[in-house]
Design a protein around this ligand. Structure first.
Ligand SMILES: C[S@@+](CC[C@H](N)C(=O)[O-])C[C@H]1O[C@@H](n2cnc3c(N)ncnc32)[C@H](O)[C@@H]1O
Length: 890
């Protein structure tokens, strides 16, 4: 398939490159297209056929028209939310309340009082805010500078997610639990994926604390439901068909430091089934069990006609056929999502379009084609998030408009017209663009249970959400042929159902085959002693994945769907897997020399074909638990033997730990080990939290593997005290944040400990105290001890954000060697010092930390642009049938 091209061709970029010349301005509040803000340049906010469509289409009540249309022309408020899975998210929220809101409240701008940010009423726990000043104004106007700095800094640290209000809705209807397997089918740039991850890890800190308390009390059998020592056992699989956009997901999700995520790059209309487990039988036979998801999000590509407030090209390019051309793809994505869902599981379908052809019509078509209400039902969510203003979905009977502005009340009307006939002749007229409810009430799809969110209801973009529950397995016989087109020709859509046969058939039967090559399941491990640690200190890795009450590795209780595959297909697959050396084979124990020589995997962001066994993409090779490098690391950091050793991953074909070692949860390991052979069509892009990075060190007794900042929270609860420095005082943290190359005797509170600890990576644990000179909450920070200095391994920008947030200190970072105060460039500065009294390894560590931060900042910028633009296909190519054919290719 011409990936990228299919959607790329029709994709419009939003406000970058939009036509901003001329136009009109009207309205009355601060965000109207008004010169006074000097930033929101006027654009042509007119599109006759767009206006006609919504004015005559009968969707918007007449008495609301002016408000609806007027709101579409106003700049969007700035909205953002505080991310829930970080211990200090609440502190960041406190900074907004205590520092920025009072400042903004007092502001007058161009003679008017500024309204301070307000919590979004419907968002749980007051964790999302709305500011009635547009993004561009905040960015450019001086009075908002410090607030803008705060937003930027906290966003880059992952404490704030700047996300459009309506975009925050879909994940909240999914009711994600820590043990859930969740598929985000169209995920990039990833704001909803980030929310899903937060939901998966919600309450984890408290759960870990409870688990630790129980272990301390000797209750070693204690295990919270569906958790692994308090940690989530579930998995988020985030997918996008566009390669570059899939890589945005890597960046976006990296900030949340979760080992429970896999990123894939597949077409969601034909998303591959993935093996989760291979069950061994005493007689030597085994069977494959395929992963079914507890939750699926289908936030599909759409015409985006609810987004003209940020995607200005909607004004320029909107045409009726944008929605028509996307309808079939949207139906296919939803059907595929339903197939991949467990019975009892929930799927949310959403678009940022107000057009029924992309919304109710898609939902009705998918439900009907899957076998109707016995198989799939819309969930009544009217009592959820009651403050969210919404209109019930349309029951049916909407009109469809041709590109020429001709209205068709029914499919037959369309066929009777010349344009409609032409479309039908080309297999481009779809019956499912309309929905007429059947007379029998029980057969009616309850479309009014879906949610329409219009811009004027609460000053947002337009949006649509449907929450569906799978009631029963969907067998191949249940999938109805599409009622797509007229004429004798069979459109590709009809054939698509055959393509999904394997998955659907498989829900009933199992296949048993004999083989000697079946991999072993990883062994569960015991718990460490965690009693002495605070909740923020402890992050326990997962052992197993399962629903409440499920014992470790109890796939039956996870409602796995055994899959029947034809004997030929199985034989072929087994052969291919053998030939392509499947990843469960542990990596060899290489000698030191070989390790040094082997090429390492650098970040693969820009590369497209890495020659891996997984769709030609990346390599995912798990290290043998007794690998000599892991031994060295475990010894140096005194890591509990109970910390799972079978979940460490490297990203090169050789399976050598040459530069970075990643850590994943157990379920991610299962998926990556069973599905990365050449036989699998799943294309994995990323998984794992970077846990250890190899460092050049001068002293041979120093471990060359430093703990990466993002891996520290997961590991710290399992480390002995030997590599830990404990502090309580604000002054200590302030000095360490403020000074690069801090002298080892320079921080009074920890000086003795710093002098006694060996060189290399260690952890600074800041414990909470009641005293004024201490902190209310615990903190964990990564340190590098060299011969004469001690350094926080944090990039400058993060140091600055912390200094500003914790100490309201906005001054520059100091180079405590005193040598290079005049230097502007860090790189030059560190090189000069390397020759002097500052050890080269410390210089190297800081340089690497800065480089990683710079790479992140680049990706940040890309993601920010993508988020601002949204993903809008205002003039989708008329290739519906081609898209269908593409999706059927093996
Ligand atoms: C509306 S955007 C998703 C926004 C995203 N859920 C978020 O919250 O950041 C739709 C995404 O679907 C992707 N896409 C389009 N067609 C697809 C397909 N057939 N399979 C998977 N992804 C697709 C696009 O690349 C785009 O990133």
């Amino acid at each position: 398939m011409a990936r990228g091209k299919k959607f790329g061709r029709g994709r419009k970029g939003g406000n970058r490159g939009g036509n901003r010349a001329g136009g009109r301005s009207e309205g009355k509040d601060d965000r109207d297209n008004n010169e006074k803000w000097g930033t929101y340049k006027e654009i042509v906010q007119e599109n006759e056929i767009f206006e006609k469509y919504y004015k005559e289409g009968g969707l918007i009540p007449e008495n609301e028209w002016e408000e609806f249309w007027g709101t579409l022309k106003k700049q969007l408020p700035t909205t953002f939310r505080f991310t829930g899975s970080k211990g200090h998210a609440d502190n960041v929220l406190a900074t907004l309340k205590d520092v920025h809101i009072p400042h903004l409240k007092g502001l007058t701008w161009d003679g008017e009082q500024v309204e301070a940010p307000e919590p979004i009423a419907w968002y749980p726990e007051g964790r999302a805010y709305k500011f009635n000043v547009g993004k561009s104004t905040i960015r450019r106007c001086p009075p908002f500078k410090s607030f803008q700095r705060f937003l930027v800094a906290e966003t880059s640290c992952g404490n704030i997610s700047r996300q459009e209000e309506v975009s925050m809705i879909p994940p909240l209807f999914l009711d994600v639990q820590p043990w859930h397997a969740v598929l985000d089918m169209c995920a990039a740039p990833g704001s909803k994926t980030a929310q899903l991850m937060e939901l998966l890890h919600a309450g984890e800190e408290a759960a870990i604390e409870e688990a630790a308390r129980q272990h301390a009390a000797g209750n070693t059998g204690f295990e919270p439901k569906g958790l692994d020592h308090g940690r989530a056992t579930g998995l988020i699989v985030a997918n996008d068909v566009e390669y570059k956009r899939a890589h945005m997901l890597v960046h976006q999700t990296k900030r949340l430091n979760s080992p429970n995520i896999i990123i894939t790059n597949n077409d969601a209309t034909s998303y591959p089934s993935m093996i989760e487990n291979i069950l061994h039988r005493p007689d030597g036979s085994w069977k494959r069990e395929f992963l079914k998801f507890d939750r699926v999000l289908a936030d599909v590509p759409c015409s985006g006609d609810g987004t003209p407030r940020k995607n200005y090209n909607v004004w320029k390019d909107w045409k009726p056929n944008g929605a028509m051309n996307l309808h079939a793809t949207q139906v296919k994505i939803l059907i595929r999502g339903l197939q991949l869902l467990k019975p009892g599981g929930r799927i949310v379908y959403s678009t940022c379009s107000m057009n029924p052809i992309e919304n109710e019509a898609v939902v009705a078509a998918a439900i009907e084609r899957c076998g109707g209400a016995d198989k799939v039902q819309l969930v009544d969510v009217s009592d959820q998030m009651p403050e969210l203003k919404r209109i019930p979905g349309l029951k049916g009977g909407w009109k469809v408009m041709s590109n020429q502005g001709e209205w068709w009340n029914t499919y037959e009307d369309a066929l009777a017209s010349e344009t409609g006939k032409k479309l039908a002749d080309n297999n481009k007229l779809w019956k499912s663009w309309w929905y007429t409810a059947p007379e029998e009430e029980e057969k009616r799809v309850l479309l009014e249970r879906t949610l329409r969110i219009y811009p004027h209801l609460q000053d947002t973009g337009g949006f649509y959400v449907a929450v569906l529950e799978k009631k029963a397995d969907i067998k191949v016989g249940d999938i109805r042929a599409s009622t797509a087109t007229s004429g004798a020709a069979t459109p590709a859509e009809e054939v698509k159902t055959e393509e999904t046969t394997e998955e659907i058939k498989t829900e009933e039967t199992t296949e048993v085959i004999k083989t000697e090559a079946a991999p072993e399941a990883p062994a569960p491990t015991a718990a460490p002693a965690l009693a002495h640690l605070k909740k923020e200190d402890i992050h326990t890795p997962t052992h197993h994945h399962g629903p409440p009450d499920a014992p470790p590795h109890s796939p039956k209780k996870r409602h796995l769907e055994p899959v029947e595959v034809s004997p030929e297909a199985i034989a072929k697959r087994v052969k291919l897997e053998k030939e392509s050396s499947p990843t469960p084979t542990p990596a060899p124990h290489n000698t030191e020399k070989a390790l040094e020589k082997a090429a390492d995997t650098k970040p693969a962001q820009k590369q497209n074909n890495r020659g891996g066994t997984n769709g030609g993409e990346e390599h995912f090779v798990y290290l043998a638990p007794d690998h000599e490098v892991l031994k060295e690391i475990y010894e140096f950091y005194h890591i509990s033997p109970a910390f799972p050793r079978d979940r460490f991953l490297v990203r090169n074909a050789e399976g050598n730990p040459t530069r970075s070692i990643y850590y994943t949860c157990s379920l991610a390991r299962s998926i990556l080990t069973h599905n990365t052979s050449a036989a699998s069509s799943a294309k994995f892009i990323h998984s794992g939290v970077k846990m250890f990075v190899k460092q050049d060190v001068q002293d041979p007794s120093t471990c060359r593997w430093r703990i990466q900042n993002e891996g520290m929270p997961i590991l710290v609860g399992w480390m002995g005290d030997e590599r830990t420095i404990t502090a309580t005082k604000r002054e200590t943290v302030h000095t360490l944040l403020k000074e690069l190359f801090c002298k080892e005797t320079g921080v009074e509170e920890i000086k003795d400990r710093v002098l006694s600890i060996g060189m290399g990576c260690c952890v600074l644990k800041v414990l909470p105290t009641e005293g004024e000179d201490g902190f209310k909450d615990a903190m964990i920070l990564p340190l590098w001890k060299s011969r004469h200095t001690i350094n926080l391994m944090l990039p400058k920008e993060e140091r600055k954000a912390m200094l500003a947030r914790i100490f309201q200190d906005y001054s520059e970072i100091l180079d405590s060697t005193g040598k290079n105060k005049q230097d502007k460039k860090d790189a030059e500065a560190t090189e000069v010092k390397a020759e002097g009294e500052v050890e080269a390894d410390a210089v190297e560590v800081l340089k690497e930390v800065e480089q990683e931060a710079a790479a992140d900042a680049d990706s940040d910028a890309e993601v920010a642009v993508a988020e601002e633009e949204g993903f809008v296909i205002v003039d989708a190519p008329e290739t519906t049938d081609v898209a269908m054919e593409d999706a059927q290719k093996p």
